[in-house]
Design a binder for this molecule. Structure first.
Ligand code: G3P
Ligand code: CA
Length: 231
């Protein structure tokens, strides 16, 4: 089961910061999940539309210039990084699940990923792009079909695996509460790996491993891996 560091190793370092990315790499995560928004024309790594919850600032990300945004304290003296800074830190040696959060943030992404491939040594297979905003995700997929996309779903009364297939997604990302034996079987039959968020509880890790899920998003990559190795 793949260990995906959720917002970096965000249980032990401020989420979506370079410190959280460095810790996830150090802890041997298989991949890192990050959230992106547009700030002017730059893609920045932050979860919410507003900066209030994770930084010293207030108001929407969109109201900030990049210079202003990067003056804020994102926890323990960390700054809100750009996507480029994060990709540079991992220097082509990590897989990333980039979650499109902010409106329009799909637009500059293909060019930035191409630059990461050309200048930092990444391969296209190291990226999965996901989003709850399925029309935006579909638009990204049309514009840049060389990258895998993940159908990110929340609690909803849909046939989730069919939904992902209809979206032409390569992976299905589901909330832990939505996972069932039937869903895993359906996804497997469709050739869809299933990644589950957000899983920190040992008991849940065991249950998901038993069910045969392909990966988990966890805030504690090291602890989760150690637990899985011992059980
Ligand atoms: O991509 C999985 C998970 O990160 C989705 O929820 O709110 O943590 O971005 P959220
Ligand atoms: Ca996310």
């Amino acid at each position: 089961m793949k260990i995906i560091a959720h917002r970096g190793a965000s249980g032990e370092a401020p989420e979506n910061t370079l410190a959280a990315m460095a810790l996830a790499i150090e802890q041997g995560a298989d991949a890192i999940e990050i959230d992106v928004h547009l700030c002017q024309n730059e893609l920045v790594v932050i979860h919410d539309h507003h900066v209030d919850k994770t930084t010293s600032g207030t108001g929407p990300v969109l109201d900030y210039s990049l210079a202003e945004l990067q003056q804020l304290d994102a926890g323990q003296g960390q700054r809100v990084p750009t996507l480029w800074q994060v990709l540079k830190l991992a220097a082509g040696k990590m897989e990333f699940n980039i979650e499109l959060k902010g409106h329009g943030c799909d637009q500059p992404l293909p060019e930035l990923l191409q630059r990461a491939i050309d200048e930092l040594g990444y391969r296209p297979e190291q990226f999965i792009i996901s989003s709850f905003h399925h029309p935006m995700l579909a638009r990204f997929h049309r514009n840049a079909p060389q990258y895998a996309i993940g159908a990110l779903t929340a609690c909803c009364p849909l046939d989730l695996a069919k939904f992902a297939t209809d979206l032409d997604a390569n992976t299905l990302h589901v909330e832990a509460e939505m996972v069932s034996k039937e869903l895993i079987a359906d996804a497997k039959q469709r050739g869809l790996p299933v990644y589950v968020y957000t899983v920190d509880r040992p008991k849940m890790l065991n249950e998901l491993k038993q069910l045969g899920v392909d990966g988990v998003f966890t805030n504690y990559p090291q602890r989760s891996r150690q637990h899985l190795q011992q059980h």
